[in-house]
Design a protein around this ligand. Structure first.
Ligand SMILES: Cc1cc2nc3c(=O)[nH]c(=O)nc-3n(C[C@H](O)[C@H](O)[C@H](O)COP(=O)(O)O)c2cc1C
Length: 323
């Protein structure tokens, strides 16, 4: 169990924000497999304020997609305050998360995302502005630091806590590491010791064993599952089971894999239209089949599929045993 502000979440494993991935169908599929709390992908506060169609589409929600954390990205406290007011009017948002972790050049070059690891005072001003403008719980996601010569997560986390937030997520890698290299359990453990608010840990949460390792090594209150959920919504129930019993359940059968793939494809086509939904499903296809053998030809075929019927036939052709 995990409490963040007024949210009491039955599981301590959450679905992490994933740009271009954690859309409504992805969240619903994961929720069906035991995910009890999900985040939207990061949404630019500026685009939200200026009513961009893309950010509104990113905010598509549906019954059953709760509780949901909405993640904002930005660097100007005033713009974030205005975006927060817009979020207040939206239904079914359980908390506002602020992104101070994104490593992408296009983002940090504007002083956003993990660039704020170098500006703790500005980060605090932003968080204060969000907290002042909402009754929702506010959380922030940070990194270990900018690079290995400036690992400052504990100091940044304390500064953020002072702004009145209700929880903090740390991705235990520096901005310089991006998504490569090993996650730093020690820095996460230090942040946990420093904070009074709940801490969610992120990084290498790729299997039930690694997720347990994260809890054991850092004493964190929750773990955010990111790449571990790509083509693998089963990770939520498998992890709960492993944490309770110490046993790893059997992996889903080929039939179950195909059933979920077809369901996910159907949801994508319904929400985004047939062609766009199918094209968007191509990357999901390769994640779903990553543990199957002799898949090269079908994967290539999937990368050329344009209609739901074509993709469905390819999914039905899957027949290889797993590793
Ligand atoms: C494709 C991709 C997109 C991501 N998008 C976001 C995002 O929008 N917001 C965010 O806070 N983190 C984002 N992340 C970071 C993840 O939430 C997570 O912190 C990171 O992948 C480390 O966890 P892992 O090693 O278990 O994957 C993204 C990661 C990936 C791989």
């Amino acid at each position: 169990m995990l409490s963040i502000g007024k949210n009491i979440i039955p599981s301590a494993c959450l679905l992490a924000p994933l740009a271009g991935i954690s859309d409504l169908p992805f969240r619903l599929i994961n929720r069906e497999h035991g995910c009890e709390f999900a985040f939207t992908e990061m949404i630019s506060a500026r685009s939200l304020v200026y009513d961009s169609r893309k950010s509104l589409e990113m905010l598509t929600r549906a019954p059953g997609d709760t509780p949901l954390g909405l993640q904002l990205l930005g660097s100007d406290p005033e713009v974030l305050a205005r975006a927060t007011e817009l979020v207040n009017e939206m239904k079914d948002i359980a908390l506002i998360d602020f992104n101070a972790a994104c490593p992408v050049h296009k983002v940090v070059s504007k002083g956003e995302g993990s660039a704020l690891m170098k500006e703790p005072k500005r980060l605090k001003e932003i968080l204060e502005a969000i907290v002042r403008h909402t009754g929702l719980p506010v959380t922030v996601k940070i990194r270990a630091g900018w690079d290995d010569t400036s690992v400052n997560a504990a100091a940044v986390a304390l500064c953020a806590e002072d702004a009145g937030i209700s929880g903090l997520t740390i991705h235990g890698r520096t901005r310089e590491q991006g998504y490569q290299g090993r996650v730093d359990y020690d820095v996460i453990a230090q942040v946990k010791k420093a904070l009074r608010i709940p801490l969610i840990a992120s990084g290498d949460a790729l299997s039930p064993v690694l997720i347990k390792k994260m809890f054991d090594e850092t004493a964190c209150d929750g773990v955010a599952i990111a790449r571990g959920a790509l083509g693998n919504p089963w990770i939520f129930r498998e992890t709960e089971h492993y944490l309770k019993t110490g046993c790893i359940p059997e992996r889903p059968s080929l039939m179950e894999l195909q059933r979920v793939m077809l369901q996910h494809l159907g949801m994508q086509c319904e929400l985004f239209g047939e062609i766009r939904g199918t094209v968007m499903f191509r990357k999901l296809f390769s994640w779903y089949v990553k543990s199957l053998w002799n898949i090269k030809k079908l994967r290539e075929k999937a990368f050329h599929a344009l209609t739901k019927t074509q993709m469905t036939a390819i999914i039905q052709e899957l027949e290889n045993p797993r590793h």
